[in-house]
Design a protein around this ligand. Structure first.
Ligand code: GDP
Ligand code: CA
Length: 330
């Protein structure tokens, strides 16, 4: 079986670890990773979501934090601070720095981000084929208003520096409109047996991947069933700022509203911006009353425990998603 999953950082990576434990030997998993969170710091290209997937699946992640390397040290950052060079708010540890150095060195030598990602994965052996959504630069910006007025800041500044304390007035994936899907992305979607949307952020992770021209259309046109898992439980994100960025695109923070935002496959969806994508949707048991609501929109829906407390609980979620895919397969 060929499984394709779109993924952001922590929510995507944790789900993928469960998915790997749930699939049969011989099944192939292709991950299309969000690169809209990428940021250039100290002349280096940092790809937080790709790295979170790579470190989590490769056994190098800082487990409690969910991002960055285990057993990290911070000498470079301290030295930079002595030079008065920031940003202080973004955590890049010494071990992590090595990844960004390798990546940036290869990009400078004209390798594409896909080639770099493949090279980094030679070390990490994530057990999945990890593809960036695009080799072209895409950067999510967030429109905010504060004492300084209205302006757009980099997504990392909004989330890591400002802690998403201000309302997000708009989400702008700068560069997405002219970006091309990375090599292999459209083929993987077209030849998939199942397409999964992990419980990643529907706006700044999955939404950004879908904003690359051709990707949304490929998912909508794919023969494979498309199954999503809600990142929203009981009207709130499990962690992160999904509520803020959902509000920015006019979507309520509920499991049912996120399903409607993705839309039923084949139907007009996503607030009229595109076509609908979902055949099936999993909500948490706390949202069991949303099932009828989602099914009324033509999306097959089940309520199961959706907290990724450990790998076994997460594997059960992945198995439920694969079972639902069989039930809705045309
Ligand atoms: P990020 O790039 O690190 O923000 O990660 P993602 O976009 O992949 O995932 C963020 C989303 O994961 C958030 O909206 C969370 O609500 C969701 N999430 C995190 N942990 C869990 C969990 O245990 N269960 C579910 N259902 N969602 C989760
Ligand atoms: Ca992210």
């Amino acid at each position: 079986m060929r499984i394709v999953a779109l993924a952001g950082g922590i929510g995507g990576a944790r789900f993928l670890r469960g998915l790997k434990a749930a699939v049969a030997p011989g099944d192939e998993i292709t991950v299309i990773g969000n690169t809209g969170d990428d940021i250039h710091l100290y002349g280096l290209k940092v790809c937080p979501d790709l790295d979170t997937v790579m470190y989590t699946l490769g056994g190098g992640i800082h487990e409690e934090q969910g991002w960055g390397r285990a057993d990290e040290t911070w000498s470079i950052k301290a030295e930079m601070k002595e030079y008065g060079i920031g940003p202080e708010w973004f955590g890049l540890g010494d071990r992590d720095f090595a990844t960004h150095l390798v990546r940036s060195q290869m990009l400078t030598a004209d390798y594409s981000l896909s080639q770099v990602t493949e090279a980094l994965c030679v070390r990490w052996k994530p057990g999945v084929r990890l593809l960036p959504m695009s080799d072209d630069r895409v950067e999510t910006h967030v429109k905010i208003t504060d004492e300084a007025g209205t302006r757009a800041v980099h997504f990392q500044e909004y989330w890591v520096k400002l802690h998403a304390a201000l309302d997000a007035e708009a989400i702008i994936p700068v560069g997405a409109d002219t970006a091309k899907p990375a090599p292999g992305v459209l083929d993987a979607i077209a030849s998939a047996d199942v397409i999964l949307f992990p419980p990643s952020n529907p706006v700044v992770s999955i939404g950004t991947i879908l904003a690359v021209p051709g990707i949304r259309e490929a998912v909508a046109a794919a023969d494979a069933p498309v199954i999503g898992l809600s990142p929203i439980i009981g009207g709130a994100p499990v962690r992160g700022m999904a509520d803020k960025v959902l509000a920015a695109v006019g979507v309520e923070t509920t499991a049912a509203a996120v399903a409607r935002h993705y839309g039923r496959k084949g139907a007009p969806g996503d607030g009229g911006r595109g076509v609908g994508l979902l055949d099936g949707w999993l909500v948490d048991t706390a949202d069991a009353d949303a099932v009828a609501d989602v099914e009324a929109d033509g999306i097959t829906c089940r309520a199961i425990p959706l907290l990724m407390t450990d790998v076994e609980a997460t594997a059960a979620m992945a198995r439920a998603a694969l079972e639902l895919a069989e039930q809705v397969r045309r």
